[in-house]
Design a protein around this ligand. Structure first.
Ligand code: ZN
Length: 159
């Protein structure tokens, strides 16, 4: 178990596209464990590998329903719309309004490199879209309607 340093807005690595994972190695398993530890330590609901400086298509999410690990995720379908505050562990202390689909269907590999189809609504759908964007070098700050605002610790909802 290890906590990794989270890269912040302004770091070039956050704008680069990530490479597909071709096989699950011990090194990659350790990365996934560390990403979970780092996300929980930072009270986030999601973390993508580039946020810890690794350009691989790996995401971890936990919106309070247990950990979800996605390797090479692809968003297959989206529906509905939700507009709400979104944050990011790479943009600490800030949030901004972003419109996202309210429902998404994702085709992904799990930790065992098995294909699984996941569906998410509400916050989970938002987190899935946010984290998959990270794998393409996209940050939520470019989608914000209006300005970023400061968040206090109590109402912080980082992804
Ligand atoms: Zn983020």
């Amino acid at each position: 178990m290890a906590i990794r340093e989270i890269r912040e807005l302004g770091d070039d690595i956050l704008t680069k596209p990530c490479k597909e994972v071709t096989k699950m190695t011990l090194r990659t398993k350790i990365l996934i464990e560390d990403m979970l530890d780092t996300m929980y330590e930072s009270m986030g609901v999601g973390l993508a590998a580039p946020q810890v400086g690794i350009l691989k298509r790996i995401v971890v999410i936990d919106v309070g329903e247990g950990p979800i690990i996605m390797v090479n995720p692809e968003i297959m379908e989206t529906s509905g719309e939700q507009t709400g505050d979104e944050g990011c562990l790479s943009v600490p202390g800030k949030a901004g309004q972003v419109t996202r689909p309210d429902h998404v269907k994702v085709k992904t590999l799990n930790e065992e490199m098995e294909v699984v189809i996941l569906e998410g609504d509400g916050l989970l759908a938002r987190a899935m879209c946010h984290e998959v964007d990270h794998l393409d070098g996209k940050l939520y700050v470019d989608l914000v309607e209006g300005e970023l605002h400061d968040v206090t610790y109590e109402e912080e909802e980082e992804e």
